[in-house]
Design a protein around this ligand. Structure first.
Ligand SMILES: Nc1nc2c(ncn2[C@@H]2O[C@H](COP(=O)(O)OP(=O)(O)OP(=O)(O)O)[C@@H](O)[C@H]2O)c(=O)[nH]1
Ligand SMILES: [Mg+2]
Length: 449
């Protein structure tokens, strides 16, 4: 029984359903031998030149299953770093399943989700951030998300992490020199230089941590919550921005009782729009109270709030009640009707969901608000929740190291904390081979005494 991680695996790599072609992929030491058993063409796969396609047939129990194109990639020059065989067959659901089953019968086992990419990582073909980027790339819903994932796949985040690790290793080497020579006190200017380097590292980690919101926004979209009194036209606005009648609109106040969420692509940026139950002050039934509780929860997690009011009606009693910690846009809706005198002189955007007046201006205003945030929507490096966890631990360890150093604690203690930081930073890219890098670096490191 071959080891779990070295077994030859097979999977249908294209999505299920009917298509012109489908791809069945094999990876592992026996991939080419499996292909030899089931493929009949001019050349046996084991004799075929790598990366060239050849036409042939998949045969099982002497019956032809399909005519296919087959490509052999030999280790390590393949996606997974192992021998890989790719079979492009016709895209019928049944045909594809039969080709895949033929692979299994010839000795491969069914691949788990993500197992090809996992092997690429295990074989050093990519770091963990790149493996994660493959998933993001597949799931990207907007151009920006796609670009961010593509840049991560190229290793931009990985490079930044490598830079951080090298800087930390340099610092550790520096401090360990004093462990080896305990009779030497750390001179003040050396100490100041050490702190400056440590602070530079802390700043870099901080800058990466600041991209976490941006990463969430790339992956999930900007959370935009439509809020306001009942009947103000919130659901009408959701429908207008979506371009189709998703939510029920009616003149009865309290129409929307639950939150409704939809994603729109606003010029390349995904907006996760939430329509909420309207706010009213009078005591209402339990369902409506639950709806309002949900509204409050949505508001608590919002990146941007669109506060809709009916401009033809007086200013509602709750108006201005919300604390302003989340950026919001005040929208005077129903601008097609005569405006109530309460709104005279207001600078707020005037829109009409009925006539569509002001909607283009609203889109500009939403994009303006988004670009004014800390998120730099045009810089594509962005971390995910796992990276954030590692980097937070790294930053905390650097802070402890800094305190230990400024309190003149033993250099061993400082080194332990810095190693902790190095370990945590390394986890971002999936490295734990700290000793190896340290050894390599120490080999070239001159104590200079
Ligand atoms: N004249 C005019 N009427 C509008 C406009 N926008 C919405 N309405 C009307 O206002 C009423 C309420 O609209 P909704 O979109 O259901 O309002 P809502 O804020 O979602 O209301 P609740 O879900 O009850 O909180 C409906 O009769 C809409 O047709 C507008 O721009 N102009
Ligand atoms: Mg509504």
């Amino acid at each position: 029984m071959p080891n779990e991680n070295t077994a030859t695996i097979a999977a249908v790599s294209t999505p299920p359903g009917e298509g012109a072609i489908a791809l069945v992929r094999l990876s592992g030491p026996e991939a080419i031998a499996v292909a030899d058993q089931i493929f009949r063409g001019q050349q046996r796969p084991s004799d075929a030149a790598p990366h060239f396609q050849q036409l042939g047939e998949i045969v099982q129990d002497k019956r032809i299953i399909d005519q296919v194109l087959l490509t052999v990639h030999r280790a390590p020059a393949s996606y997974t770093g192992e021998d890989v065989v790719e079979i492009s067959c016709h895209g019928g659901v049944l045909v594809t399943a039969r080709v895949w089953e033929a692979c299994l019968q010839a000795g491969a086992r069914a691949a788990r989700p993500g197992e090809f990419t996992e092997r690429a990582f295990l074989n050093g073909k990519m770091d963990l951030t790149q493996a994660e980027a493959v998933i993001d790339l597949i799931r990207a819903q907007t151009d920006l998300a796609l670009r961010s994932a593509a840049e991560q796949l190229e290793g931009r985040l990985g490079e930044k992490i490598t830079g951080l690790r090298e800087a930390l290793v340099g610092l550790i080497a520096n401090i360990e020199a004093y462990i080896d020579f305990p009779e030497d006190d750390i001179e003040p200017d050396v100490g100041a230089a050490f702190l400056a380097r440590l602070d530079a590292i802390r700043l870099q980690i901080d800058a990466l941590l600041a991209t976490a919101d941006q990463g969430r926004i790339f992956r999930e979209g900007v959370r935009v919550v439509i809020f306001g009194a009942t009947n103000a036209g919130k659901s009408s606005l959701l429908n207008r921005l979506l371009g189709f009648p998703r939510a029920i609109v009616s003149e009865t106040p309290g129409t929307t009782r639950d939150t409704i969420e939809e994603v729109v692509n606003l010029r390349g940026i995904a907006l996760r729009l939430t329509d909420t139950a309207g706010f009213r002050v009078t005591e209402t039934d339990a369902v409506e109270n639950e709806g309002i509780a949900r509204t409050e929860r949505s508001l608590a997690n919002a990146d941007l709030v669109l506060h809709v009011v009916d401009a033809s009606a007086p200013r509602p009693a709750h108006f201005g009640r919300r604390a302003e910690e989340v950026p919001d846009l005040l929208l005077l809706n129903k601008s097609d009707l005569p405006e109530h005198s309460d709104w005279a002189g207001s600078e707020a955007l005037r829109i009409s969901c009925t006539s569509e007046d002001g909607i283009a201006g609203l889109e500009d205003a939403i994009l303006g608000k988004i670009s004014a945030q800390r998120w730099d929507v045009l810089s594509a490096v962005a971390i995910n929740a796992r990276h954030r966890d590692c980097l937070r631990r790294a930053l905390a360890a650097c802070d402890v190291a800094r305190d230990a150093f400024t309190q003149n604690l033993a250099p061993e203690l400082v080194a332990v904390d810095l190693r902790g930081a190095l370990q945590a930073v390394g986890e971002v890219v999936g490295h734990a081979d700290m000793e190896k890098i340290l050894d390599a670096l120490f080999a070239t490191f001159c104590i200079g005494k």
